[in-house]
Design a protein around this ligand. Structure first.
Ligand SMILES: [Zn+2]
Ligand SMILES: [Zn+2]
Length: 385
């Protein structure tokens, strides 16, 4: 069987047996068994279900980390092929089955060809979707137990031609945070608002004032961001002014500085509006993903490897940033890094959107991912001549 047929087989096996974040027990077992088969040193249960494979060649101290995510989503698959999910309500709708298979393919090839000098760390992380997996592996010593010079990751992207690579130096994807604002007032009779305090009027003013943060507090050139209020709930009825308003929302930004400004500015707006109306408030801000920020030098390596492996015409090294998010961003705060997107195809060839019940990873890009990984390692850790 060719390596390509084997990798497709692994991908279909993983697709058929999806597991959600931090429950990837069978997936991790499958990954560990394959790595052992290739003669690679394996460490399991790193940050829960994470797996690290270590392949050393030659005597250089240099090293590189290649990261794939393993988790699936709580979605009922509507595809009808023979490797359709057998786990009711769970599906690989983000292509992490493909990312894991690509990295296993690269591990298989690199362990066979061994044309590099240094150490490759194959990082298989749990729970990307909820943003807990990378953090869990870091907390469990991913970058303190091992000396990893730089980390790289690939994510597939439907709607982009199969195998086309997109990346950029600097921010490539947004941070994601949520906020919860509770306004506590007295409420009262709708006919007698002067007898108490009204959280609805204050809440409405807060919703409008929040939109001034992007337009008045952030640079229009370098601090692009989105603040969306997504919920406005009260305990009032038709003739009762409520005593409680709850406002929740979501915010995206592209730098850690903009994120910090937004977090502080929301509270400043809420505190000011509530003080002016004489009502109390509670405020909670939760960051789930930081912005995905590529290091310049690692991005150059990534672009060069993609051009060599896949052809210069298939690489856009200065793509537009996207407002989606990635927990690879937490690894990026530990070591230098580069994240690339690889086209999953358009229309009927891999064009169904991520997180849709009819999505499927495109098997035709598996070997392109393997070629990229292999070239990247051989360029980053060149063998002695
Ligand atoms: Zn996803
Ligand atoms: Zn994903």
């Amino acid at each position: 069987m060719s390596i390509q047929e084997q990798i497709i087989g692994w991908r279909h096996h993983l697709h058929k047996h999806p597991e959600t974040g931090l429950k990837e027990h069978q997936t991790a077992g499958f990954v560990a068994a394959k790595l052992e088969e290739f003669g690679i040193e394996v460490h399991q249960n790193i940050g829960g279900t994470g797996v690290v494979g270590i392949l050393k060649c030659g005597n250089s101290d240099r090293s590189i980390g290649l990261r794939a995510d393993m988790d699936a989503l709580m979605i009922n698959e509507t595809n009808d092929f023979d490797y359709k999910s057998v786990n009711e309500g769970v599906m690989h709708a983000c292509g992490h089955d493909g990312h894991t298979s690509m990295l296993l393919g690269a591990a298989s090839e690199l362990s066979r060809t061994r044309n590099f000098d240094g150490t490759v760390y194959f990082i298989f992380q749990p729970d990307e979707e909820h943003g807990m997996g990378a953090k869990a592996m870091i907390a469990d010593g991913l970058f303190t137990r091992w000396s990893i010079d730089a980390v790289y990751a690939i994510h597939n992207m439907p709607g982009i031609r199969a195998g086309q690579v997109l990346t950029r130096s600097g921010s490539i994807m947004a941070s994601e945070s949520s906020f919860e604002i509770d306004i506590i007032a007295t409420g009262g009779h709708a006919a007698l608002p002067h007898m108490g305090t009204d959280p609805i009027v204050v809440g409405a003013q807060i919703v409008c004032a929040l939109q001034t943060i992007v337009s008045r507090n952030l640079s229009a050139i370098s601090e692009t961001a989105v603040i969306s209020v997504t919920e406005f709930a009260t305990n009032g009825t038709v003739n009762v002014i409520p005593s409680h308003v709850r406002i929740t929302g979501d915010t995206r930004s592209f730098t850690d500085e903009a994120l910090a400004k937004i977090e502080a500015a929301i509270e400043r707006v809420v505190a000011g509006q509530c003080a002016s109306a004489g009502v109390e408030y509670k405020y909670k801000f939760t960051n789930t993903f930081l912005s995905t920020i590529n290091s310049p030098r690692e991005t150059e390596y990534a672009i060069q490897a993609a051009q060599e492996a896949l052809g210069a015409e298939n690489v856009d090294g200065d793509c537009q940033p996207l407002t989606i998010s990635e927990d690879f961003s937490f690894m990026q705060r530990e070591v230098n890094s580069c994240y690339i997107l690889m086209g999953n195809g358009v229309d009927t060839e891999g064009g169904n959107a991520l997180h849709k019940p009819n999505y499927d990873f495109n098997d035709n890009i598996l070997m392109k991912g393997v070629a990229y990984w292999q070239t990247l390692v051989e360029n980053r850790l060149p063998a002695k001549k």
